[in-house]
Design a protein around this ligand. Structure first.
Ligand code: SF4
Length: 300
């Protein structure tokens, strides 16, 4: 059954010819791969979703200051700011994605979906989607299964790791997973789910991985917020019936091709992009000195 998650085209054909939903096919795959039961898969999803929501709440209620000082309770400020740019719902979406990711940057507990660097996107999107559309937890879990199927295909053809494919592979993949989950939860067709994936990848193609001082803080935290917004814009476009023109499978191939030609300095080495700026370098130096100063205390 593993072939199912090699292409979106194959996944669609399988679901149509076996008359199963996208979520049901991922569930069957998980059961087969893990020798597990449907109950235990859903128990895992229940746990994962509760950790995601907990991360959002933790970011809003506890001190989120990172050792480097680059993260300093930003999510709370966004959440409580009195002037929404678009709507309160959009503000909440952005704040929640920031919040869960800040928890990761401050070494708290998150769900790496698909990676810790992109751990704010699905929580922000799913939490907000459920609240706005009154979805049941079961509907959210099925959306998470679809997101997992999307990740399997991206991983098969390209990568989910910043060190391999740049940030397009991390936050880009998470946004594609979230966009597909949104469309699925709002009862879009298979094609609309995959169009949402393709459109999202088109929007995030080429994004480099350039964490300042090698810490997963800047630009990682704000990229989680923008990826959550792109996931929603892509889902909105796909649900209205606009197609991605370039099919999702080819978009993932393009992601792999871009990753292949991306220079090493843009793959989590902190040697290029924002990490290589004057300010980025000064922060890296300060963080290094801070670490050296802390060392003797730890040895005492
Ligand atoms: S910039 Fe790199 S470390 Fe940060 S989220 Fe993107 S891929 Fe992950």
């Amino acid at each position: 059954m593993a072939y199912l998650f090699e292409t979106f085209k194959g996944w669609k054909t399988y679901c149509e010819s076996n008359d199963v939903s996208l979520a049901e096919s991922v569930l069957a795959y998980e059961i087969q791969q893990k020798g597990s039961s449907s109950e235990s898969i859903y128990a895992g999803l229940t746990k994962a979703y509760s950790v995601m929501k907990e991360a959002v709440e933790t970011g809003f209620s506890q001190d989120m200051t990172s050792n480097s000082g680059m993260i300093n309770n930003g999510a709370k400020k966004v959440y409580n700011y009195e002037k929404p740019v678009l709507s309160k719902e959009f503000q909440n979406l952005i704040a929640r994605a920031l919040s869960a990711k800040e928890v990761n940057s401050c070494m708290g507990r998150v769900v790496a979906a698909p990676t810790a660097g992109a751990s704010g996107i699905l929580p922000g999107v799913l939490y907000t989607l459920q609240e706005l559309h009154g979805l049941t937890d079961q509907q959210v879990y099925d959306g998470m299964l679809v997101a997992a199927g999307i990740a399997l295909i991206i991983e098969h053809t390209s990568s989910l790791a910043g060190a391999v494919g740049g940030c397009q592979a991390e936050t880009g993949s998470a946004a594609a997973m979230a966009a597909g989950a949104i469309v699925y939860c709002l009862k879009g067709s298979h094609d609309q789910v995959f169009d949402a994936v393709g459109i999202t990848i088109q929007c995030m193609l080429g994004l480099v991985c350039d964490p300042v001082a090698g810490l997963v803080e800047v630009p990682c935290v704000v990229r989680n917020a923008s990826a959550a917004a792109i996931a929603n814009s892509s889902a909105q476009i796909a649900l209205a019936g606009l197609n991605a023109v370039i099919p999702a499978d080819e978009c993932v191939q393009a992601m792999a091709e871009v990753a292949e030609s991306m220079e090493t300095r843009y793959k989590e080495t902190a040697m290029g992009g924002l990490a290589a700026t004057k300010t980025g370098q000064a922060i890296a130096k300060r963080v290094l000195i801070q670490d050296i100063e802390i060392l003797p205390d730890q040895e005492e």
